[in-house]
Design a protein around this ligand. Structure first.
Ligand code: GLN
Length: 536
């Protein structure tokens, strides 16, 4: 669509202010007005993608349906808007340079000196416009990672400056800043915002709209001050105050007419304000829920962001089941036969988390054993599923040395094995089994009842797999393979039918749970956890 409008979202003063949530909320509000939107993230780091990053560096790695490892903000985009993202929605400096260097080697720039300006900035601009040029979107929202003032962010800001100039009234810049409260002075301070806007202006970008993050309500006077000092219209300064849930943010932005300000700036039809019906129903349910359901997450990363999509999926499913889910992190490295009862007994359900490498796996196996033997509703995801399988092999099939090839190359009971196509891979980045694969679900199982479907597509991110050589033994002993990839015959889901809810998935269902479409397996897991907990 030649008429695609571009919304750039930048951040100032500090990182972690929630640019992803603001971008998602804007997307949601424009979508509710009937517009086609997409949201993309440009990250200034040099990695080609976050796939090789440790979660301590950058939180969870989110996987798109087309098999790209991306920034966790894409998870927010999908959860808020229900629209699937793809490879084009997350670009890093690494990808930009890789593409420019490839062109240089091919001879595309023959004779020229390749420079940050114009070659890198042109490549950034080209990528910023790719989705818009497909002709499917009224709005392309582009979030820029990092904070204004970062050296590595400069080429991205220069690209925005040029695009704003080229696109004229078809582009706006929304700048998110922070307004701190100084307790000693008893005052909220706008100076950091003024400085951050000045920094942007010195790069040639005048923000059109300013969103002020704050811990408390901001007065009209304060907002007026920001408007006049930062050169923006009065109705273009909005506040984003801490909320009990990130899902309240679109409603708060709508109350302050942020979407109308954007539409007005971009000369787009405004029309009636949408009611956000189903969204508000979700929030109502969430606010009405009084009873708390305690779910334990057994994993090795003591960091909320590492399991972002799982935490959100639990929230979605809890809300639709009428409960507030409280997630408790249980460090698998510290879990022992001696303390497992004390650590897990008060949890209504347990999620055994994904992960890579040896660290903390014995604790996951101890948790799997405890949950299986004590009939605790348990959801194993990816590495979590693999640990359920290993535990079953060790303690039910009697193979004490059962393990995954990932952890023990020599075991004869390699119940989790390296995938054939992974054997000769030498590069780490982007080489796992990634993205959406089909899976046939066995009729008459708990999993089938949850999905209500014979065939599903779920997203993967792993190198190792269930070893079919042991399948008959597992099945005979009570661990069924209930989800099979029809092409490769790989086992994707295991279930212990003797238990109330003991299911492991090789794929990551958490990537596809959204606010308006909670994931069926999380729904079923939470429901079982609630019921089991009542009967205890
Ligand atoms: N490390 C395991 C594998 O590569 C599991 C990966 C995961 O949990 N995402 O197969």
């Amino acid at each position: 669509m030649a008429d695609t409008r571009y919304i750039f979202v930048t951040g100032g003063v500090a990182s972690s202010l929630g640019k992803g949530i603001i971008s998602s909320s804007i997307g949601k509000l424009l979508q509710a007005r009937g517009y086609n939107i997409t949201i993309q993230k440009f990250d200034p780091y040099i990695n080609i993608d976050p796939g090789t990053l440790n979660p301590y560096e950058h939180g969870e790695c989110y996987v798109t349906i087309d098999g790209v490892e991306t920034d966790l903000d894409l998870g927010h985009y999908e959860r808020f808007t229900g629209i699937q993202t793809t490879r084009a929605n997350n670009i890093t400096t690494g990808r930009i340079y890789q593409s420019v260097i490839d062109k240089e080697r091919r001879g595309d720039y023959l004779g020229k000196t390749i420079q940050v300006v114009p070659h890198i900035t042109d490549e950034i601009k080209r990528n910023m416009l790719i989705l818009g040029r497909q002709g499917n979107y009224d709005f392309v929202i582009t979030e820029i990672g990092g904070t204004v003032g970062d050296i590595e962010g400069l080429p991205f800001l220069e690209a925005i400056r040029q695009l704003k100039w080229e696109l004229g009234n078809k582009a706006v810049c929304i700048h998110l800043t922070y307004v701190p409260y100084l307790a000693a002075a008893g005052e909220l301070k706008t100076k950091p915002t003024q400085h951050s806007v000045k920094e942007l202006q010195s790069l040639g970008i005048q923000p059109d709209i300013i969103v002020l993050r704050a811990e408390r309500d901001l007065s009209t006077n304060l907002k007026m001050k920001v408007a006049s000092f930062c050169n923006v219209d009065r109705d273009c300064v909005v506040q984003s105050v801490d909320m009990p849930s990130i899902y309240e943010v679109p409603v708060k932005m709508q109350e302050q007419a942020l979407d109308i300000a954007i539409l007005r700036k971009l000369n787009m039809a405004i029309g009636p304000t949408p009611s956000l019906g189903p969204w508000r129903e979700f929030l109502d349910l969430r606010n009405k829920a009084t009873e708390v359901l305690h779910i334990g997450l057994v994993g090795k990363y003591d960091l909320q962001d590492a399991y972002k999509s799982i935490l959100e999926s639990l929230q979605h499913a809890g809300t639709y089941n009428g409960y507030k889910v409280k997630s408790h992190f249980i460090n698998s490295e510290k879990l022992t036969e001696e303390n497992v009862d004390e650590q897990l007994k008060d949890m209504a359900g347990i999620v055994i988390c994904p992960g890579f490498g040896q660290r903390g796996i014995e604790g996951k196996i101890i948790a799997a054993k405890y949950c299986r033997e004590n009939d605790k509703p348990t959801f194993g995801i990816c590495l979590g599923m693999q640990m359920m399988v290993i535990e079953f092999a060790r303690n039910v099939l009697g193979y004490a040395d059962a393990n995954s090839r990932e952890m023990d190359e020599t075991t004869t009971h390699n119940v989790i094995d390296i995938m054939e196509e992974q054997k000769n891979i030498t590069h780490m980045g982007g080489t796992m089994r990634l993205g959406g694969y089909q899976c046939d679900v066995k009729n008459g199982t708990l999993t089938h009842a949850a999905y209500g479907k014979d065939t599903i597509i779920e997203r993967h991110r792993h190198r190792y797999e269930y070893n079919n050589d042991f399948k008959a033994e597992f099945e005979a002993a009570g661990m069924d393979s209930v989800g099979i990839n029809p092409e490769s015959d790989l086992v994707e889901i295991v279930e212990v039918p003797a238990n109330t809810w003991y299911i492991g998935t090789q794929f990551h269902p958490e990537y596809s749970s959204t606010v308006l479409k909670p994931h069926p397996l999380f729904m079923s897991f939470i429901k079982a956890s609630i019921e089991k907990n009542k009967n205890n």
